[in-house]
Structure formats: structure tokens, C-alpha cells
Write a protein that binds this ligand. Structure first.
Ligand SMILES: [Zn+2]
Length: 63
């Protein structure tokens, strides 16, 4: 199991400490990625990338 003090961001893969991001259903999103997502417009080229990454997270839960 994962160390409770460290999380690997499901978007960028960076290791982050507790409090440096948000925990979601079966993953973790670091604060920088969270901010990126918030300011990413649906029309932005990066948006599909975020959606793709998030799909992976949520599909794990249903596996
Ligand atoms: Zn990240």
C-alpha cells in the first residue's frame, strides 16, 4: 500500500506530500495540476489530456 504521507499525482506523476494536493476516489492530484485543470478551458488543447488522465482514475474504481 502507499505511504500515507506521500502521494503520486495521477496527472503528472510527481510525488507530493500530504496537503500538497487533493485526494480523489482512487488517486491524488497535486495542487499545481489542480490549478492547471481549473484554469484549463474546454477548448484548450490540454483539456483532453486531463480528461484522459481522470478517466483512468475513475475507471479504476469500477474495475
Ligand atoms: Zn500533478
Amino acid at each position: 500500500m502507499n505511504d500515507i504521507h506521500d502521494h503520486y499525482c495521477s496527472i503528472c506523476g510527481e510525488q507530493r506530500a500530504e496537503g500538497e494536493g487533493i485526494r480523489i476516489i482512487s488517486g491524488f492530484i497535486c495542487i499545481s495540476c489542480e490549478m492547471e485543470m481549473v484554469k484549463t478551458d474546454v477548448k484548450d488543447a490540454k483539456y483532453p489530456f486531463f480528461i484522459h488522465q481522470l478517466k483512468g482514475i475513475f475507471m479504476e474504481k469500477n474495475a
